[in-house]
Design a protein around this ligand. Structure first.
Ligand code: DOR
Ligand code: ZN
Length: 364
């Protein structure tokens, strides 16, 4: 892809030309699609942007077995809008009781694409997660042997650890020892939020990768308190200081093959966000690509956007690249402020704002 091809001017309906960027269809390597009415409401947004998605298993109850994952995958396929070719890639929720045989069985059947490690209690629906990562060794050894990636929610769970330090403490106390114990294991550190984690990924290039969310590229911890408390910007790991946001932007645009899209789009009903105790999660799925491409343009790195969006992740997972293309247009758009789910709704990240980039044509 050459720079000149990034800005093919196409006439708009009103006759004025706008710049466009056409890339290979991208994938979302970290998405919460939920189930039931919520699944039906949010899936069209992800399916309009991404060809494949790594689907998080933190449902209630969590997806821990192969048959449950197959049934969940069928519900996702059934909820797709007409004509959609979105492909869900399923993950296994690791618990203290996960058996290596179940992991291998699901992977060989083509059901599991990866397994997800939630330290017990680290985040939404993580209370069935792993209480002692060292005890997971037989499972991780099996994954290492069969080439199945481990996806990690990297936050310490000790309530005494400052919430803004939980990722850093986890990386020191758990992630580095894990990487040392399992040197052949492919690991994805999900939703990287600190400069130090970026450095850790770089130091383990080829066997550790990092996903980066759209929101962590555009908000910092001060944004959470801008003019008052902003529950819809609260997620885990929580946004960090500005210097970390800058490091994430540099990692994303660097062209380094170990960083790729993982939106961590995590819808919650408005009532559970605007509550006495707000649940963690940002519904980023409806404005993800528009936000990522804006960041790459701001950083003068549009020529590297395709790698981050549509190449690095597939290569890391060992999956084929997508064939089709999506065109992004430098034309203002406004996405709805909220999406209805039954009688309630979910607030859209950057919804109602004027965004400089729009989604254009998808060619399968
Ligand atoms: O903010 C978050 N929300 N972080 C997670 O790790 C889980 C997610 C969710 O499921 O809502
Ligand atoms: Zn997540």
């Amino acid at each position: 892809m050459t720079i000149s091809s990034l800005f093919d001017a196409v006439p708009r309906k009103d006759g004025e030309a706008c710049a466009t960027l056409t890339i290979r269809r991208p994938d979302d390597w970290h998405v919460h699609l939920r189930d039931g009415a919520m699944l039906k409401a949010v899936l069209p947004f992800t399916a309009a942007q991404f060809r494949r998605g790594i689907v998080m298993p933190n449902l209630v109850p969590p997806i821990t077995g192969v048959e449950a994952a197959e049934a969940y995958r069928a519900r996702i396929l059934a909820a797709r809008p007409d004509g959609s070719d979105f492909t869900p890639l399923m993950t296994c929720y690791l618990t203290d009781a996960t058996r290596p045989e179940e992991i291998e069985r699901g992977f060989r059947m083509g059901v599991w694409a990866a397994a997800k490690l939630y330290p017990a209690g680290a985040t939404t629906n993580a209370h069935h997660g792993v209480t002692d990562i060292a005890k997971l060794a037989p499972v991780l050894e099996r994954m290492e042997r069969i080439g199945m990636p481990l996806l990690v929610h990297g936050e310490a769970t000790d309530p005494a650890v400052d919430i803004f330090d939980r990722e850093a403490v986890f990386m020191e106390q758990e992630m580095l020892p894990l990487l040392k114990r399992h040197q052949g294991l492919k690991t994805v550190i999900e939703h990287v939020t600190t400069a130090e984690t970026v450095a850790l990924v770089r130091a383990h290039a080829g066997r550790a990768a990092g996903t980066i969310t759209p929101h962590h590229l555009v908000i910092n911890r001060t944004s959470l308190f801008q003019g008052g408390l902003r529950p819809h910007l609260y997620c885990l790991p929580v946004a960090k200081r500005e210097r970390h946001r800058q490091a994430l932007r540099q990692a994303a645009i660097s062209g380094d093959g170990n960083f790729f899209i993982g939106t961590d789009t995590a819808p919650h009903l408005r009532g559970t966000k605007q509550a006495e105790c707000c649940s963690a999660g940002v519904f980023a799925g409806a404005t993800a690509l528009q936000t990522y491409v804006q960041v790459f343009e701001e950083e003068g790195a549009l020529d590297r956007f395709e790698a981050f969006a549509a190449v690095n992740g597939a290569r890391f997972y060992g999956l084929p690249l997508n064939e089709g293309t999506i065109t992004l247009e430098k034309r203002p758009c406004r996405i709805a402020a909220a999406v209805a789910v039954g009688a309630e709704d979910v607030v859209v990240f950057r919804g109602g704002e004027e965004l400089p980039w729009s989604l254009g044509e998808v060619r399968p």
